[in-house]
Design a protein around this ligand. Sequence first.
Ligand code: CAA
Length: 290
Amino acid sequence: MAALRALLLPVRRALRPRPGCPARRPFASGAGFEYIISEKTGKGGSVGLIRLNRPKSLNALCDGLITELNQALDAFEVDPAVGAIVLTGGEKAFAAGADIKEMQSRTFQDCYSGTFLGHWDRLARVRKPIVAAVNGFALGGGCELAMMCDIIYAGEKAQFAQPEILLGTIPGAGGTQRLTRAVGKSLAMEMVLTGDRISAQDAKQAGLVSRIFPVETLVEEAVRCAEKIASNSKIITAMAKESVNAAFEMTLTEGNKLEKKLFYSTFATADRKEGMTAFVEKRKANFKDQ
Ligand code: CAA
């Protein structure tokens, strides 16, 4: 009995409620999620749609929410019907950042030994394309989460910021890195050092966002984009995503080399053959993800 109690201790500790983030259910899945809603939509269920759903806290990203998000991403990643994913929040907030109430009493030792935020980057490692549909606030970790996605669509009233400086800290989930790569040094510095918010329009002009839509149609448009992506060959899409992402990690010469290798690799697939044959035969390609 004592041995069993000792075995269960770490599990009990992990499930203990923290301020701001109610107790996590141990094996949340599908409709059982508490902080997100995850469903399949689009033609043939080809789009995985994840909504952050903690509206009372403006979708503050507590540990339980990130854990559920990762579970939903894992499920879509291995689902052969899903070709692309849409990540969205509510109309008022995509996400207002990491949960400050949960973070407030953390110590350096807590953060360092527990690798705080270590599980946040699952989103950035998903191989299927992800479209972020951002309405309302995308602040701090919310902005960082959107930037881990491949495409950002914004609602007209969206606002982006890295306001951590106002809390006496700095972005901790890629904000200083991804934002700088997306909008350049001057605007990134201004946002990180002042905490000021930028509008959807400014975000588009700076290259952070690719398109802006009315608030009510944003998610529909993001799903439409994801559906279009999902209608292409999944294996070729994964290669295209890998190649574009390499531009952020490699020199131009290395990146071009990788692109060429992946380009040559497409010639080993049935889908490359089908795509070109369909063009020559003046018909629509029928990709088999092979
Ligand atoms: N963490 C925890 N709770 C949050 C939150 C957050 N990041 N943002 C909002 N909330 C909660 C509020 O505490 C409030 O809860 P109560 O009703 O229990 O008081 C509820 O959400 C509604 O918020 P407000 O009453 O403040 O709503 P508002 O419309 O007046 O203001 C806001 C909205 C401007 C977004 C404001 O809530 C705000 O400034 N939030 C904090 C934004 C922020 O600093 N984000 C960065 C977090 S740090 C981070 O993300 C680190 C990292 O890099 C990972």
